[in-house]
Design a protein. Sequence first.
Length: 293
Amino acid sequence: MSVPDYSAVVSATGFLRPRASRSIASFQEHIVTSHRILALLGAGLSAPSGLPTFRGAGGLWRTYGVKQLATPAAFKEDPALVWTFFLDRIKAAREATPNKAHDALAELARRKDGFLTISMNIDGLSGRVNHPPSRIYYLHGNLFDVKCSRCNIFLRDTDAKAVTEPLHRLSGGISIQALNVPHCPSCEVGLLRPAVFWFTEALDSNTLRSIHSWIEEKPSIDTMLVIGTSAEVYPATAYIEAARKKGARVAVVNIEQEDPGLFALEEQDWYLQGDAAQVIPEMLKPVIGELPS
């Protein structure tokens, strides 16, 4: 089976929200009877946990934009600089605490068999609240895994710590040196790198196929949650359009009052502006109940 190309169904219409409902109560009435729910998670989900979204004018790291560093070309040119950037992100993610939105979504996954989450986050916070692994796909990988840039050997979190923790000590919070960039323990030639998908890299085909298969299953998706993302890039926008073609109603949760995107929300949809950590638990309360404080 070939990897589906959703690009043909991406709407060319602009971001429209004049008629979308702002009522949490209205969404609560709907979610009780919803049977198949697809959620798309972005960086705004983890912002209440203190992690930067790296968007806008303030989205810089030591004067660098993320798109300057999170690329294969940048790693080839200066692997020490790229590792220093990712070590900062790893440290921030390890020190962050999952918020109530992570808890609420994990609880929904436990209670609703027909719930699937697509996370574009690499921070590992969903896993730390025991979000059922079979109910979530990490589209961009995991910040705590590493792989070889040459032979593609893969080290998961526990094994990867043997690589990243010495680097943290070497960097001293400043920078690591080129001679300290870790080499692959298998081929001994390639450099180890964070096992996340960088700009210009193709996403994992098996993950894309699995998501496509779930979307095509019956009964059709009736609810699409878009949380903390403007969903302006492929395949995020395409998943929203694919769900809509199946008849799903779309609920967008975003801290921004005005946020460009390709949602094209209608009267039947929702735009709920606010902090995800506060809004999501309230939205899902009829299904998941009151979360422990």
